[in-house]
Design a protein around this ligand. Sequence first.
Ligand SMILES: Cc1ncc(COP(=O)(O)O)c(C=O)c1O
Length: 470
Amino acid sequence: MNKWHHLAQQEIIGLHTKVPLLQGGQTRYINLDNAATTPPLRTVTRAVLSFLPWYSSVHRGFGYKSQLSTELYARARQLVLNFFGADPRKYTALFVKNTSEGLNKLAHRLPVSREEVLSSWMEHHSNDLPWRLRKQARFIELTPEGTLDLGDLETKLKTSHPRIRLITVCGASNVTGVVNPLQTITELAHYYGAELAVDAAQLAPHFPMKLAGPRGAIDYLALSAHKMYAPFGTGVLIGPHAAFRTGIPDEVGGGTVLACSREQVIFAPPPERDEAGTPNLIGAYALAVALQWFAQHDLASLARHEDQLTRYAFSRLQTVPGLVLYGPSPDRYPRIGVISFNMEGIPHGLVAAYLSFEAGIGVRHGCFCARPYVHHLLRLTKAEISFYENLARAGKKCELPGMVRISFGFYNTREEIDLLIDALKTLRAEEKQIKNRYRIDPVTGEYLPTTGRVKMFIAQHAADLFKLRT
Ligand SMILES: Cc1ncc(COP(=O)(O)O)c(C=O)c1O
């Protein structure tokens, strides 16, 4: 048993939960959907539970508990800054609810004007739409195999009018897991007088990230705690104090002002200026504890462990007949443990349904909130995209193009990957019979078994979870 398997046994809540199967009986659940969200760490949950007797309001009371809560919140912020090597004299960390909120806030707050932002065509919608809709962003093109085209980036930086003042890219893709060359991009951005924002939602949980590198420092960084084993509703946006010292925040209210009279409003300095209302102290504390845990257990070694898992999965998936993988192989391009694929002749929704209902394996399918990137990887023409957009308008979700995605956490194992491969091979071998066991749900567009056994379990399980225990 290696270090990570050992830690998984101690730390992952729900590692041994069993789920019902369509064919009867139960099996241990295999979670291969960590890019969406990760299970909580026991260390994090324990810390939260031990704090709950002391929980009180932040910045708003003077009782002991309130002062303790305020102190804890300030320390959580400090810890986040330290973890990413952000000098607190220059940077602030704003607690938000997730990466999406962080990036929307940044798009609202930065005084860059229209067409001065460069995003990329591989982004999650959360790092595309805020810029596309607010700033009419331009987009960095992709290579045919789905990596960033650095030549196009440099050309756009050199020739764009008005001049590009902000580049915003993901650290790693949530579709292919490719890791962007952040140092090169930082250097290019700064050379051409632009700042760099990084959507670190996927990279931060799998790779030791620091703002400052040998070729310059990332200017802004956003991430979600629920992808870092601390699912208590928080995220963070890091950026220079200077960027948040002026302007009107996207949300205003309690806690954001130094003074407010009938005549005028004087906003507080950052971070308070941008944290309207009662903050999510539990979420901030949970994130900080998770980061402490990561620091203790060495993220670089975690990255190596996950890299081995990814390479193993990538090579094993190639043994499944008719399976198409997307993006460059991890032998040629750095990737985190996110792999998307399709099985020729079997809809992605059906693959995901079969894995869930008949093998107890949780994966995701569809376009993963990164449609332009998935269209590119699937090599769809404009006419095809518009055909599918019309289908979507008509509510025919299941016929939309997409992929199946598996994504790893440090606790996943080679044995779990082997079980996935066995299941995919069975699906291929028994394709016809398996297809007959499913129908498309007219409301959700998902594939569902023709018998309702598992759905009945889910409904009962949810009802049970609402039964109050004393
Ligand atoms: C790369 C990337 N950016 C942003 C997000 C949005 O994260 P959240 O839903 O926590 O706001 C995700 C979520 O999957 C993501 O993968």
